[in-house]
Design a binder for this molecule. Structure first.
Ligand SMILES: O=C(O)CCC(=O)C(=O)O
Ligand SMILES: [Fe+2]
Length: 227
């Protein structure tokens, strides 16, 4: 399942985050690559573990915590500290897979990557190319979103970023371990959650059917989720 989450950051928050990360130190993106993706990756990244990166990462995590649509879709258990990248002058990230297990350098913080996420931080009209392309059995999904919007996609997918032909594509990216490991179960919970919220806005939260569906949601969480 791929989900677009709109408005994780508003215009002012994007500007604040951009100003912060642009003051930081940018290094070759291959510092964090796994073995396979190393050959495919040509971009730059905010230095991992730097103070700027940690502060910017906290801003992203705070914003995610205030975004119910993100929580509902991802059901996050552990989120890897967000990283920041930029592509310009033809830089690109060829087809690759993300590592299944991610450990934060120098710590014992580890996650199983269930979902990958990109939070777009540049206006799509300000750069050429730079589409995130996610493959599944149906074909290719091309994603290029307004600044402040995020895409969640299966970490199990082959994906790539097309060359940036003008301007600069700036974004935050991260992986997360979901409370619900199985993508099919997670999708059903997300669909049910959306339906409950819709019905609840129409009928009120104490309506009998709303109550029954809310109960069903939580009982399925009890069966499928690890907390
Ligand atoms: O830049 C992006 O949107 C995706 C980055 C990516 O796929 C990765 O770093 O593994
Ligand atoms: Fe990736």
């Amino acid at each position: 399942m791929m989900v677009r989450v709109e408005g994780v950051l508003d215009t002012a928050q994007v500007a604040e985050l951009r100003a912060l990360i642009e003051s930081g130190e940018w290094v070759d993106g291959n510092e964090t690559s796994g073995h396979q993706s190393r050959t495919a990756k040509r971009n730059r990244q905010l230095r991992q573990g730097s103070q700027t990166e940690q502060e910017a990462g906290r801003m992203v995590l705070d914003a995610l915590g205030r975004t119910p649509e993100f929580i509902a879709a991802a059901l996050p258990l552990k989120v890897f500290p967000p990283l920041f990248n930029r592509y310009e002058g033809g830089e690109t990230f060829g087809a690759h897979v993300d590592n299944s297990i991610r450990r934060l350098d120098g710590t014992d913080f580890r996650i199983r990557s269930d979902l990958s996420a990109t939070l777009f931080l540049a206006d799509p009209d300000s750069y050429g190319g730079g589409e995130l392309i996610v493959e599944d059995l149906f074909g290719e999904h091309r994603v290029k979103l307004p600044a402040g919007d995020l895409v969640l996609y299966p970490a199990s997918s082959v994906h790539r970023v097309t060359p940036v032909t003008s301007g600069a594509r700036i974004g935050s990216f991260f992986w997360l371990q979901s409370m619900v490991r199985d993508p099919g179960e997670r999708e059903q919970l997300y669909r049910l959650d959306r339906t409950v919220r819709l019905l609840s806005s129409e009928r009120g939260p104490s309506d009998g059917a709303v109550l029954e569906l809310t109960n069903l949601y939580h009982n399925l969480m009890r069966r499928w989720a690890d907390a």
